[in-house]
Design a protein around this ligand. Structure first.
Ligand SMILES: [Zn+2]
Ligand SMILES: [Zn+2]
Length: 123
């Protein structure tokens, strides 16, 4: 599995609940971001590694190997108006969900989407 091309990859922050943040490793292939891995993070490590400063733009899809959220196993996400992303477990066959952002507490409704623009910020 050797690949001489340098891959562009980074880690974006996501929250499953208010207290439970995790990192999603994303890799750029052509112009799309693919989620390849997810791992638990604590606040100290987030600050140390600067994960809260990362911002990426574009569409994001799951790599077939993506294991899902390390807390609940959810493979989806939603983005709030505050620019952060939240873990999202699709468990019903709906087009729209009522959710609460784990970062700022805002209530919002989510529609199916895979494109977003994310900004970094405090935890
Ligand atoms: Zn989760
Ligand atoms: Zn928010």
């Amino acid at each position: 599995m050797e690949n001489s091309e340098k891959k562009e990859a980074t880690v974006v922050l996501c929250k499953c609940t208010k207290q439970h943040a995790f990192g999603i490793r994303v890799e750029k292939r052509n112009n799309d971001w693919f989620r390849t891995w997810a791992f638990k993070l604590d606040e100290k490590r987030i600050k140390r590694e600067g994960y809260d400063k990362v911002s990426i733009k574009g569409s994001m899809a799951n790599d077939p190997e993506y294991p899902g959220c390390p807390y609940c196993g959810g493979r989806g996400f939603f983005q709030c108006d505050c620019g952060r992303i939240n873990c999202f477990k699709e468990n019903e066959d709906k087009e729209k969900w009522e959710v609460v952002c784990n970062w700022c507490g805002k209530r919002l409704s989510v529609v199916r989407a895979n494109s977003f623009e994310m900004r970094g910020g405090g935890v």
